[in-house]
Write a protein that binds this ligand. Structure first.
Ligand code: ZN
Length: 128
C-alpha cells in the first residue's frame, strides 16, 4: 500500500489521474472528485481516571478537503447518500483500520452542507 502520494501544487501538470474508490458506493472516481477523510484520535478528556465510557467516541472522522492531513485516508463522494452507505457498512472504520467507536459527525456535517449546496441539481427521488 503506497501512501506516499504527493500533491504538487501550482504546476497544473498531472501525469495520470489518481483514482480512488468511494467507501460509500464503491465506485471508482478521480481522487479530486472525492472527499478525503482521515481519523483523528479523540482526546481522552472526559475520563481522567482512565476508564473510557462505553459508547464514547475514540476516533473522530474529519473531512480533509485539502488532502493535506497525514495518515491513512478514506475516500468518499461528498454526497449524503454515499456517506449513509459508508456509515451503514462501517466502511470508514474498515478503510482506516480503526477499532473502537468512530464519530463521523464532522464528515456528516460536511456532506450535508455539500449536499445542500448542490441539492438543486440532484434528480428528485434518486436518494435512498
Ligand atoms: Zn460514492
Amino acid at each position: 500500500m503506497a501512501s506516499g502520494l504527493v500533491n504538487r501544487p501550482g504546476t497544473g501538470i498531472v501525469s495520470a489521474p489518481v483514482v480512488r474508490t468511494c467507501v460509500g458506493c464503491r465506485k471508482r472516481a478521480a481522487a479530486s472528485e472525492l472527499l478525503r477523510v482521515v481519523a483523528t484520535a479523540v482526546a481522552d478528556q472526559a475520563s481522567p481516571g482512565g476508564a473510557v465510557a462505553v459508547g464514547s467516541p475514540e476516533w473522530r472522522l474529519v473531512p480533509d478537503h485539502a488532502r493535506r492531513l497525514p495518515g491513512r485516508g478514506a475516500h468518499l463522494h461528498p454526497d449524503p447518500a454515499c456517506f449513509a452507505q459508508a456509515e451503514r457498512r462501517r466502511a470508514f472504520g474498515r478503510a482506516l483500520r480503526l477499532t473502537g467507536v468512530v464519530d463521523a459527525g464532522p464528515v456528516a456535517a460536511y456532506v450535508e452542507a455539500f449536499g445542500h449546496a448542490v441539492g438543486g441539481a440532484r434528480p428528485p427521488g434518486d436518494a435512498r
